[in-house]
Design a protein around this ligand. Structure first.
Ligand code: CA
Length: 394
């Protein structure tokens, strides 16, 4: 029943239409140097898969608060399993540090976040044939069609190179592949054959998978021997509008403004340049983030992701939790409430970069300006309290 409803909504996308699309895409692939043999083998088992489109078009009304995301990402089990992998792959990790200069704990954290150290491959419901998923996106998703076509060509090239067989090329519904969840274009430019068997195999070779992640981070500018950032404490009278992630100062300058590293520690290199972020507003933890934080974001361009990787790496190394608690009692806004925040701000003359329910840097800057003008702490964080205040005073 659900399936039938979905098909009706998806305006005449059918199994037959999908097969027709596969045939129609052949000249495009051939023009990119793909042989008929590669193409036919790649699509031999490809079937219409409505779940891909369902996932692609799902826009949740509720956004998970960052503390829920962090709880799941940096769980006790994931820390423990990461420590077990550190023992199991100690000699490989030492070689990778030597070759790429990337901290082994960060590599373990990425592996743990992306595929739970490879354990997701036993969950057949999550694992999909990459060619089929990308072809479904190219065929049926108006938003990701271009992405699907580009990645599909790259995936066909990987098959033609012989790095993996069509049945072995598996990953997420969105086309991220193998232990480290590379999309095909990233694979073509960054994957490496570290075990020396002539194939770049991020699906079955842990050395190839972890080396490919290390290579990506190294090429993105990883600074060897340095961390991702530091949790800090800020004084009550701090200029919170500086904590927008865009203001860059040296750690020494941040310190002069009142930022202190937690647990009475000092910064090992006060000359390092950093930005300040407060992902849950002024009532939550604050972090000074360094160059390597932005390098991690090349893997996945989300602040919460980079924070989870950095923190999971620290925890696998043996470090403790954050010194400050998240403001867990804050109510998160629904999508329509986030749109309301933007609408009110627009009415007050602020530019929020549109009314789309996504509170990006423009929206957060607008919130900060309004908070400052209204005598509130200008942290740019959109909680239930902020919406109430906007409704009353806006
Ligand atoms: Ca290999």
């Amino acid at each position: 029943m659900l399936f039938a409803l979905f098909c009706a909504e998806a305006s005449a996308q059918t199994a037959q239409g999908f097969q027709d699309w596969i045939r129609s895409f052949w000249p495009t692939a051939r023009a990119q140097g793909i042989t008929a043999q590669t193409y036919n083998a790649a699509f031999a088992g490809a079937q219409f898969d409505s779940s891909v489109i369902k996932r692609a078009t799902n826009q949740p009304e509720f956004v998970k608060p960052i503390w829920s995301y962090m709880d799941g990402a940096v769980s006790d089990l994931r820390i423990k399993n990461g420590q077990e992998m550190r023992r199991k792959y100690a000699s490989l990790l030492a070689k990778l540090e030597q070759s790429y200069g990337v901290d082994r704990h960060v590599l373990l954290a990425i592996w743990g976040m992306e595929t739970a150290y490879g354990s997701i491959f036993s969950n057949k419901a999550l694992i999909k044939p990459t060619i089929q998923s990308l072809a479904m996106l190219a065929y049926a998703d108006p938003q990701r069609g271009e992405f699907g076509r580009t990645q599909l060509i790259a995936a066909l090239k990987i098959l033609q190179n012989g790095d993996i067989t069509p049945s072995g090329m598996v990953g997420s519904w969105a086309g991220a592949m193998g232990h480290t969840q590379f999309i095909p274009t990233t694979f073509l430019s960054k994957a490496v054959d570290f075990d020396g068997d002539g194939h770049r195999d991020i699906w079955n070779s842990i050395p190839d998978a972890l080396a490919s992640s290390a290579n990506l981070l190294k090429e993105a500018g990883w600074e060897s021997g340095k961390t991702w950032g530091y949790e800090v404490t800020l004084p009550g009278n701090f200029a919170f509008e500086l904590a927008d992630g865009n203001v860059t100062k040296t750690l020494a300058d941040w310190q002069a403004l009142g930022a202190k590293r937690v647990h009475g520690r000092s910064f090992p290199r006060p000359e390092d340049r950093a930005q300040l972020i407060m992902p849950a507003g002024y009532r939550g933890p604050a972090f000074l983030i360094l160059k390597n934080f932005s390098v991690i974001k090349r893997y996945n361009n989300a602040t919460s992701y980079a924070l989870a990787i950095g923190h999971l790496a620290d925890r696998i190394r043996g470090g403790g939790g954050f010194a400050h608690e998240w403001p867990r009692s804050d109510r998160m806004l629904t999508r329509s409430e986030r749109e309301e925040v933007q609408t009110i701000l627009n009415r007050l003359g602020y530019d929020t970069g549109g009314v789309d329910g996504r509170l990006g840097s423009k929206s957060r800057a607008a919130i900060r300006h309004w908070q400052k003008k209204s005598g509130l702490v200008p942290d740019g964080f959109a909680s239930g309290d902020l919406l109430e205040a906007l409704r009353k005073r806006g």
